[in-house]
Ligand binder design. Sequence first.
Ligand code: ATP
Length: 224
Amino acid sequence: MATMPEQRPIGVFGGTFDPIHHGHLRLAQEALENLDLAQVRWIPAGRPPHRAEPRATPQQRLQMVRLAVQDNPAFAVDGAEVASADPSYTVLTLERLRRECGPAQPLVLLTGADAFAGLPTWHRWQDILALAHVAVVYRPGFSIDPAALPVELAREFQARRCSPRELQSAPAGGIATFPMTPLAIAATQIRQLLAAGRSPRYLLPEAVIAYIQAQQLYLSTPSN
Ligand code: ATP
């Protein structure tokens, strides 16, 4: 990594958010504090290419993110992937953010350990590491031990591993880990609870639950 004057990084947090829950929210809040970020940009995927079609529409998932983060001034919502008809490739989003924020601004892609382990399957994944840093958080049930990662990713991890502090002194290229309060919450679990007629209360914000009920989301037995 080239050394530059220190600048607080912008966190970039993409996901399906089908629906957004307190695991996502604590991840973003603890990233903000542990990585000393200027902001976290939430970017719901429009058409995620790596997984089954989400249950809620892109607009509904965007609206749930808006409802969940609206009272946090350090969180911003970016609806560009939802607005686009193209598949949501992270590398294209990072190219756009790099154009918007300029070459010197540190960008940090925030990922849970499960998402990080799948990085080598992402479109132009090596370019992602040239456009942004990656910060990986522990997620219950998933390992960030290099021995458990795909070999090509373990190699990058070992070569690029740095401290959260070092993310401030270069625009991209580092891989840091950070801890968060372990919360074994998953959107899959919330969809299953709703389909079974059970309450998802306290797993996600009340405003999001009210929206889910008003839109009659996740009522049928999920296949994913
Ligand atoms: P699903 O159950 O539908 O797969 P999910 O709960 O994993 O959904 P995503 O939208 O796929 O949510 O996740 C977005 C990002 O948030 C990913 O990087 C994922 O690793 C991370 N993440 C989700 N839930 C947690 C959690 N409870 N703790 C830590 N990271 C999480």
